[in-house]
Design a protein around this ligand. Structure first.
Ligand code: BES
Ligand code: ZN
Ligand code: ZN
Length: 509
């Protein structure tokens, strides 16, 4: 789908449907919505006064205008109450718009930028979120379907004020590029595990810059370590978890050199378990199919790198992905085994299903030694306990550096991707002390998300580090908060916002 920005009056745009929006309880219809209402002789305000349409967030009202509008269809979408408006609402309302356009098999839709006239948010921000919503709503995983369903081919944002047009245009481009990169990652997450084993993930990573302008794509380099290199570097966690599978493990390192030569790196580490059966500590069958998304962290950090390249962000970013398939077999690692991880620390295995922290430990060590980053952020579908604690609303965040966490919280607020900090107090680390090794890989039934975080913290050493547990947010089961069911793309928007902020590096640099 092409997303564009054009100047002009939406009443005169000849697309298959125009979209305007309205706040709940608005006394007066202003802006383009008011103009559309006037053009159709007040039909819209009549519908509102009669109570047909209230303007609740994501509520829609459809009509065919008899006059005054060049397009044959008008859709009004509610933005909820004005006091509660955030730019993320502009993203969320795109989904009902798309569902309507698909249902009616429309090929072009023209929309105003939602919330562009609201105080406190720039037109660029409003445009970015509106375009992001359009891009994300257009995602559909239909690779294995004969009937592909209808696709909208063109989405236009119409801005009538020549003064704000350049800002709106810049915002639309940013939102579109970000959405495209996020969808690239969502496609990987949706792919069945038989079609995406560790080496397939490595091949996909090699194409992380595909389709970007050469200027940006040429700043990307991807290296892939196979088993011999993993052995040479002592990646005991990745090798052990990968041992049970016919498909050998990989360590993927994608680099984007957007910053000055010799400038500092930020390392992003993403859990890439292409399928998690639990290994010998086998999971129960119900819901195991979902474990194809156990590489959502990997997809997120690669998609973040793609987005940063597409946006030309001036920063050196490395995305490091340990890719394994966690299978039970005669060659699998066992509960009771003791592994020596890349950092030299040893871990006693109590459950082979707590595999994420083992491969991430090696990847964090690799990232730290190879890039000497000013900050490291890992993203992982790490614990079911995180879903119990925070549901699908918030990601769990943890870390060893207050300033880094503060910046992540800022990026969370401005991106609209919710994240909630959990404490990594020393007391919790006692739960992962082992009698026969330096650490054990599970901390018992209490505070499972935190003890997993404590395990990872051991491998950050002195580097400022943050951890995202996205077990509850990477896959949205039902349609919620502007997400279609399926891979959400979390937390790419937050990370791009974080990496766009020029002060992230200043603090550490
Ligand atoms: N991949 C799972 C975590 C997970 C569960 C992600 C549900 C998404 C949805 C992880 O490898 C795992 O199995 N964790 C165990 C840890 C336990 C054995 C300490 C868990 O959460 O039960
Ligand atoms: Zn597991
Ligand atoms: Zn897992």
């Amino acid at each position: 789908m092409r997303i564009e920005c054009i100047p002009g009056d939406i009443r005169a745009v000849k697309s298959d449907m125009i979209v305007v929006s309205l706040f709940e309880g608005a006394k007066r219809l202003d802006g383009a919505t008011g103009e559309v209402d006037a053009a159709v002789g007040g039909a819209l305000s009549e519908a509102i006064n009669a109570g047909d349409f209230k303007g609740k967030a994501s509520e829609t009202y459809f009509f065919r205008p008899s006059k005054g509008i060049a397009a044959p269809r008008v859709l009004v979408v509610g933005l909820g109450r004005k006091e509660k408006f955030t730019p993320d609402i502009a993203r969320q309302v795109a989904l009902p718009v798309f569902k309507a356009a698909r249902r009616m098999k429309l090929s072009s839709v023209a929309s105003i930028v939602h919330g562009v006239w609201i105080d406190g948010f720039s037109p660029e921000t409003a445009a970015c979120f509106s375009a992001l919503g359009a891009a994300l709503s257009s995602f559909e995983y239909d690779r294995f379907k004969e009937d592909k369903g209808h696709r909208v081919s063109r989405f236009l944002f119409v801005e009538r004020d020549a003064k704000t047009l350049p800002l709106v245009r810049a915002g639309v481009i940013r939102g579109e590029r970000m959405g495209e990169a996020i969808n690239w990652g969502r496609e990987l997450v949706a792919t069945p595990s038989a079609h995406l084993r560790p080496n397939d993930l490595a091949k996909a990573a090699k194409k992380v810059g595909a389709g970007l302008p050469l200027r940006e794509a040429s700043k990307i380099r991807v290296r892939v370590l196979g088993v011999p290199e993993l052995e040479a570097s002592g990646a005991g966690g990745i090798l052990a978890v990968g041992k049970g599978s016919q498909a050998p493990p990989r360590l993927i390192a994608a680099e984007y050199r957007g910053g000055p030569p010799g400038g500092k790196w930020v390392a992003l580490v993403g859990k890439g378990v292409t399928f998690d059966t639990g290994g010998i500590s086998l999971k129960k069958p119900e819901g195991m199919d979902k474990m194809k998304y156990d590489m959502a962290g990997a997809a997120a950090v690669l998609a973040t790198l793609r987005a940063c390249a597409a946006l030309g962000i001036r920063r050196n970013i490395a995305a490091v992905v340990p890719a394994v398939e966690n299978m039970p077999s005669g060659t699998a690692f066992r509960p009771g085994d003791v592994l020596r991880l890349m950092s030299g620390k040893t871990a006693e295995i109590l459950s082979t299903d707590a595999e994420g922290r083992l491969i991430l430990a090696d990847a964090l060590t690799y990232a730290r030694e190879k890039y000497k980053p000013e900050a490291m952020v890992d993203v992982a579908t790490l614990t079911g306990a995180c879903t119990v604690a925070l549901g699908s609303v918030n990601m769990g965040i943890m870390g060893n550096d207050g300033a880094l966490i503060a910046r992540i919280k800022q990026a969370s607020a401005s991106s609209g991707e919710k994240a909630w900090e959990l404490p990594l107090h020393e007391e919790y680390s006692e739960q992962i002390r082992s009698d026969i090794a330096d650490l054990k890989n599970t901390g018992g039934p209490e505070a499972g998300t935190i003890t997993a975080g404590c395990f990872l913290k051991e491998f950050a050493e002195g580097t400022p580090w943050a951890h995202f547990d996205i077990a509850g947010t990477a896959w949205i089961d039902k349609e919620k908060r502007g997400y279609a069911p399926g891979p959400s793309g979390a937390p790419v928007r937050l990370l791009v916002e974080f990496l766009s902020n020029p002060t992230v590096g200043d603090h550490y640099g």
